[in-house]
Design a binder for this molecule. Structure first.
Ligand code: GLU
Length: 304
């Protein structure tokens, strides 16, 4: 049996040297206000055992981690036809880059860069009568916490300063990749990003991608084969232009967000969420990346 509490202590000893490195995402003013010197971690085993460390019960902005939930809903609704509008190749460019989108004629490389998730937002608006309620209902059921909610201050703060995302949405619209009103699509995208969860709640939510029980939450179901594909996209595209580095250092599928959260999955073993707001130049949590690298090093367990 692995002593995860002891491993958490060892991880903390290994990463505390990085405290103070990097800074929180200040291009979204509401996120710049978050105390950057926080760290939380939660690992949930498939057996149901939960191990927490430090601020594992502090809610934070999940930002791009929400893209995994949006993808799960879209895959459930659209199946393989989803991939006609979005690719599934790593982008190798920043999460908010416009260059590739222009060259590739408005088809986003993958669902986890902003352009891809804005298309997911468009699909959910087309398919659902009340997309905001449906999205929240899905996430709440995944993590078993009815208190999970949008943070409208964060969503509005991003809307006011989201010039690059507006440019991406306009380019998508000019290529016909999104069909709904641009303002509507963007606002739903910003709301999804603004959802706040704790490490404990994120680890619980991602358990659905880590074990083999039937996936059916709030009426959205996925087959084991679709879950395999979701994990494949997380493995190859979950960390912006640092997906290769994360794969090399950690060796697990996962997804990060500019709120400083990272969630990863060890299939059939556990899901793990870590949070620390200071980011590196690629937009990934400095201490979070290091913590997960040490986790798979100390446990000698990864998908490889
Ligand atoms: N809401 C953020 C944005 O669109 C999400 C970025 C992220 O977490 O990667 O810029």
């Amino acid at each position: 049996m692995v002593d995860y509490q002891k491993i958490f202590d060892d991880i903390w000893n290994g990463i505390s040297v990085f405290a103070g490195v990097g800074h929180q995402a200040d291009y979204i003013p509401a996120l710049a206000k978050v105390n950057p010197d926080q760290f939380g971690m939660c690992l949930q085993e498939v057996s149901g055992a939960v191990h927490t460390y430090r601020q594992a019960d502090e809610r934070f902005s999940i930002q791009s981690i929400s893209k995994v939930f949006a993808l799960a809903m879209c895959l459930s609704l659209k199946g393989e036809s989803l991939w006609k509008r979005i690719g599934k190749e790593p982008s190798g460019t920043a999460f908010n880059s416009l260059v590739q989108l222009e060259v590739e004629k408005g088809i986003p490389r993958n669902p986890f860069i902003n352009a891809g998730a804005i298309v997911l937002s468009d699909i959910l608006i087309t398919e659902l009568e009340r997309p905001e309620d449906e999205f929240l209902g899905f996430v709440r059921e995944l993590c078993g916490e009815p208190g999970v909610d949008y943070n409208m201050d964060v969503a509005m703060s991003e809307r006011e300063h989201g010039f690059l995302n507006a440019a991406i949405a306009n380019m998508l619209k000019s290529h016909g990749t999104i069909v709904n009103d641009i303002e509507r699509v963007l606002m739903f995208y910003f709301k999804m990003c603004s959802v706040e969860m704790t490490c404990r709640e994120l680890a619980a939510a991602f358990m659905a991608f880590a074990d083999r029980s039937p996936f059916c939450f709030a009426g959205y179901s996925l087959t084991n084969s679709q879950i395999k594909r979701m994990n494949a996209v997380m493995q190859t595209c979950g960390f912006y232009d640092e997906a290769g580095e994360f794969s090399y250092l950690v060796g697990l599928p996962g997804k990060s967000g500019v709120g400083g959260g990272i969630v990863a999955i060890c299939p059939q073993r556990y899901s793990v969420a870590v949070w620390s707001p200071r980011l590196n130049s690629k937009g990934n949590s400095v201490m979070g990346m290091k913590a997960l690298e040490l986790l798979t090093t100390y446990t000698e367990e990864s998908i490889f």
